[in-house]
Write a protein that binds this ligand. Sequence first.
Ligand SMILES: [Zn+2]
Length: 347
Amino acid sequence: MRIDLLAELSNAHGTSGREDDIAAIVRRELAPSVQQIEVDPLGGLCGIREPTDVAGDPVRVMLAAHMDEIGLMVTSIEDSGYLRVIPLGGWDARTLVSQRVVVHGREVIEGMVGVPPVHTLSVEDRNRAPKLEDLRIDLGLPADRVREFVRPGDVVTRTRTFAPLGDLVSGKALDDRVGVFVLLEAMRAAAPSPVHVLATATVQEEVGLRGARVAATRQVPAIGVAIDTCPSTDGPGQNPAGGTTLGSGAAIRIMDASAIGSHRLVAFLEELAIERDIPHQFHVSDKGGTDTQSLQLAGVGSVAGCISIPTRYGHSSIEVCHPADIQAAIDLAVALVESAHRLPLDA
Ligand SMILES: [Zn+2]
C-alpha cells in the first residue's frame, strides 16, 4: 500500500469549495488509470475509463469519493486581532480547542484555537462544552497586521501531520481522503472490464452532498457507489456491539440518515467480498450521510450504495483508520469495477 500517497492526501488542505490543491494531486494520480478526465463547473473531477467492449450498451458505474474536508470560514476580525469563524461542515467544537489551524488568506498563516485557563473559569463555564461561536482563532498578531493578510470569507483548515498510531494510521481529513485513496488505488489495480467506469472525486460533500449531485447528473451512472468513511463504534466509551470496528474489514453501508442503499447492490457487494475472501462488515445507522444520496437521487436516479472505511474520531482534529480495512475497501472496489456487469439492474 502506498502509505506515502495516503499521507500526502491527508495532509493536503482543501475545504468545501476550495478543493484546488487536493484536486491537483488527484488528477496526477488518476490520469494513468483513465482515458479522459472531465472537470465539472464546481471543480469535481471525473476520470472516465472505457469498457473493453462497447457492444451491448455497457453499464455506467460511478465510484465517488469526496475531496473536501471540514473547515471553517472567517466572518470577521475583532479589534483584538482574533478571528471569528463559522463552520464548513459538521464540527465538534470541543475537538478544536488547543489545536493549530491554517488560515488561507492572502498568505497562508498558522493560527491556533485557544481558551482561557481552566482555573480562571467559573464552575458553570468549566462544566460547559464550548460552542463553535465561542471560539476564536489567534494568529499572534495585532488586528492591523491580521487585516493585511486575512479578510472575511477566507477559509481555515486543520493542520495535523499524518502518522502511524500503533497498528493504525492517524491524520486530519481521513474523511474522506482515505476514500479518495481507495478510489485511486482501485483504479490502478482493477483489470480492464466490460463497464464504463466513472472514477469521480467530488466536491462540497461536507456542506450537503453537492458536488456528487452535479457529477451524477452529468455522467448518468446506472450504478453509483460512494466510497467514504463511516463512524466506528469501538472508540473509548462506545459500545461496539452491532457497529463497525477497526480491523474487521471494509464496511458495506446498508443505511444511514441520507440513503437506504440498494438491497440488490448490498447483496452483490457481500457476494463479491465472499467470492474474493475480502474481510467485510456492515454499517447500519439512522445518522450521518454520504454522496450515496446524491448518486441515488440525481437525474434519473441510480442503483446506489456505499463502500465505507471504518473511522474512529471522525470530524475531529485527528481521525484514525486501520490499514487492513483500507486494503479491504480497495479490494472490494476492484471487485466491483471488474464485475459490475453481473449485477442485474432490472430486478
Ligand atoms: Zn465523508
